[in-house]
Design a protein around this ligand. Structure first.
Ligand SMILES: O=P(O)(O)OC[C@H]1O[C@H](OP(=O)(O)OP(=O)(O)O)[C@H](O)[C@@H]1O
Ligand SMILES: Oc1ncnc2cn[nH]c12
Ligand SMILES: [Mg+2]
Length: 178
């Protein structure tokens, strides 16, 4: 799989160290609270698992599924909620966890939907932030790494459903998707 990479952007160790820093910050910020940590499937599954195992907090977990990229490298702009939460979130401190914030289409849709359910608070935690492509007025509260406008895979991120299992963040060779 590494032969498909133009470059390794962040190694497994770099990702692990940064995730632990984020978890320590979140643990401090949510002291005394019992957050509901919501992972946005499928892309967030690795980051979510790594992050929560370093949260020294009483917490509950759930997942939503939304998709907008399909088999390509550009957002369709249309976000479908394919899996919803199990329980009501009214009065809960919700932390939405994503692999990447790119155009902002996905998280904008999910934030609007969840705010309508009256949580006590709603914050965003993303492993990667790609601000150059943002088309929505949305910023994350916790960001692992800010990256340039390049299509990356690994740590949950896919191209055409492949590469998600890679333990590092790599920039895909354009020859793979052109
Ligand atoms: O900020 P945006 O431009 O919306 O891009 C970010 C979203 O796109 C990817 O999900 P995708 O729709 O590919 O589904 P997946 O999580 O199942 O891979 C990624 O996991 C984010 O959810
Ligand atoms: O760089 C990227 N790699 C994989 N999926 C997405 C979605 N938005 N941006 C992406
Ligand atoms: Mg996703």
């Amino acid at each position: 799989m590494e032969q498909d990479m133009q470059q390794i952007l962040f190694t497994q160790d770099q990702v692990a160290a940064r995730v632990q820093e984020l978890a320590a910050q979140i643990t401090r910020d949510y002291a005394g609270k019992t957050p509901l940590v919501v992972g946005v499937l499928r892309g967030s599954f690795i980051f979510m698992a790594d992050l929560v195992r370093h949260l020294d907090l009483p917490l509950t977990l759930d997942f939503m599924a939304a998709s907008s990229y399909g088999a390509g490298t550009t957002s369709s702009g249309l976000v479908n909620i394919r899996l919803d939460l199990h329980d009501d979130i009214a009065g809960r401190d919700v932390l939405l966890v994503e692999d990447i914030l790119d155009t902002g289409n996905t998280l904008s849709k999910l934030v609007a939907e969840l705010k309508g359910r009256h949580p006590a608070s709603l914050k965003l935690c993303v492993l990667l932030d790609k601000p150059e492509r943002r088309t929505r007025p949305l910023e994350a509260d916790y960001v692992g790494f800010t990256i340039p406008d390049a299509f990356v895979v690994g740590c949950g991120l896919d191209y055409d459903q492949k590469y998600r299992q890679l333990p590092y963040i790599g920039v895909l060779k354009p020859s793979v998707y052109e």
